[in-house]
Design a protein around this ligand. Sequence first.
Ligand SMILES: [Zn+2]
Ligand SMILES: [Zn+2]
Length: 261
Amino acid sequence: MIDLNEAQLYRTLGFVLGLAALLLWEWRAPRHHAQVRWQTRWRVNLSLLLMNALASSLVCWLCWWFRSSLVDALWWQPFNAASRLLIELLILDAAIYWQHRAMHEIPWLWRFHQVHHSDLHLDVTSASRFHLGEVLSSGGFKLAVVLALGISLEALILFEALVLLAAQFQHANVKLSDGAEQILRRLVMTPLLHYAHHAQAVERRNTNYGSLLACWDRWFATWRAAEAVETIGVPEYQQAERLNVFTLLWMPFRRSTDFSL
Ligand SMILES: [Zn+2]
Ligand SMILES: [Zn+2]
């Protein structure tokens, strides 16, 4: 079995390398020019990143601790290692699709998830802009899936690494050629598809939930092409300079009748 510290090290290394490569790409070939000062957004997104990294480490440790103490489930016995890993990755990706969809469709969960959608410009740092409550609840959901289905720790580690890199790529302010966009979007979620997911309009926002594969959105009728450039963010939160870390952490608990920021 893989060592937990080693897994955390590879996860961090992948995250840092992904961040560096996409920052370079954004700098060389941005898709949109930001209307908001990058310093204002980065201060918030990177503060949340540090907070969430600690929370994610706790969740990883809990997954490790609980899963290590369980014997392997019998239903995995007919599968060889490669096909089992593939099935486990598909199960986790489908589970995360439904979790993301629930975040949009259940009002009290949306209160937490709107922190992610409140970013008024998207770049690679937006991939880290999540409320602590969402990180902990999604971690708890993943732990439940892992324990209920006997998902292996190896599959969980690989999935976590892939999702982190995919999230960085989907939020990156980078331009793909039309050909690359058309090929990629048949299989996975692209930055342009995820940009439409950040649209202000609810009917546009409640589409393109996928983390890795595009098939879940296509099968469950939430996939939507995203040709037009959209106005992004949450309509109630349009003043970037007022969206500091404290406002964001308090956002789920504000009364809906409170003033707009
Ligand atoms: Zn969302
Ligand atoms: Zn997003």
